[in-house]
Write a protein that binds this ligand. Structure first.
Ligand code: ADP
Length: 194
């Protein structure tokens, strides 16, 4: 299997690049943010719980996220691989994911980070707030908190995969096709060295 973690701060372009990577490598997409938004729209208890955290820009508790991802993988059947988008967001989630994949005789192929500076991120989130009706993108204090949480809780996840020799980074600003080409080059290098 090819299992990729697409990594980067809110607004880095993970959704955009995921869509392209899924097609090229024939993967399924697991975006924990999308899954929570779907639960919220459907009014499930999980959706209501997640909303309390999302609206403030805080992380949903690890075990809640891990159980949801576990269910999603279990119900996916026979697949070529998975692209994880917005997950893992804490080292605890990363360790749980590694254990889950090991149980399925597979593992993470690579974590690829999209690097985008903070001014550009804030500009993109403000635009997305209008386009996609995301209330968590509309309030400056919520955006600030998400970026702060990212630095404190999520950046260590990159370190975790760096130690395992699975980390790469590409610049996430510029032409979408060029960023995609650069991502694929990094991923293909990890596939070759497997
Ligand atoms: P972003 O654009 O900020 O990367 P996402 O769509 O990935 O946003 O996630 C939106 C919100 O959903 C997050 O701010 C957080 O509250 C919650 N969330 C998503 N994924 C996770 C996760 N892996 N762990 C904890 N909370 C999560």
């Amino acid at each position: 299997m090819i299992n990729l973690v697409l990594f980067g701060p809110p607004g880095a372009g993970k959704g955009t690049q995921s869509a392209k990577l899924i097609e090229k490598y024939q993967l399924i997409h697991i975006s924990t943010g999308d899954l929570f938004r779907k639960h919220l729209k459907e009014g499930t208890p999980l959706g209501k719980l997640a909303q309390e955290y999302m609206s403030k820009g805080n992380l949903v508790p690890d075990q809640v996220v891990i159980d949801m991802v576990d269910d999603k993988i279990k119900s996916s059947g026979n697949i070529n691989g998975i692209i994880f988008d917005g997950f893992p967001r804490t080292v605890k989630q990363a360790e749980a994911l590694d254990a889950l994949l090991t149980k399925n005789n597979t593992g993470i192929t690579a974590l690829v980070e999209l690097m985008v500076n903070e001014d550009e991120l804030k500009k993109r989130l403000a635009e997305r707030a209008h386009k996609e009706n995301r209330p968590d993108d509309a309030k400056p204090e919520v955006i600030e908190n998400r970026i702060a949480v990212y630095k404190a809780e999520t950046v260590p996840v990159a370190e975790h995969y760096k130690k395992l020799g699975k980390y790469s980074a590409v610049v996430g600003v510029g032409d979408i096709e060029q960023i995609f080409t650069n991502l694929c080059r990094e991923i293909d290098n990890h596939l070759l060295s497997k």
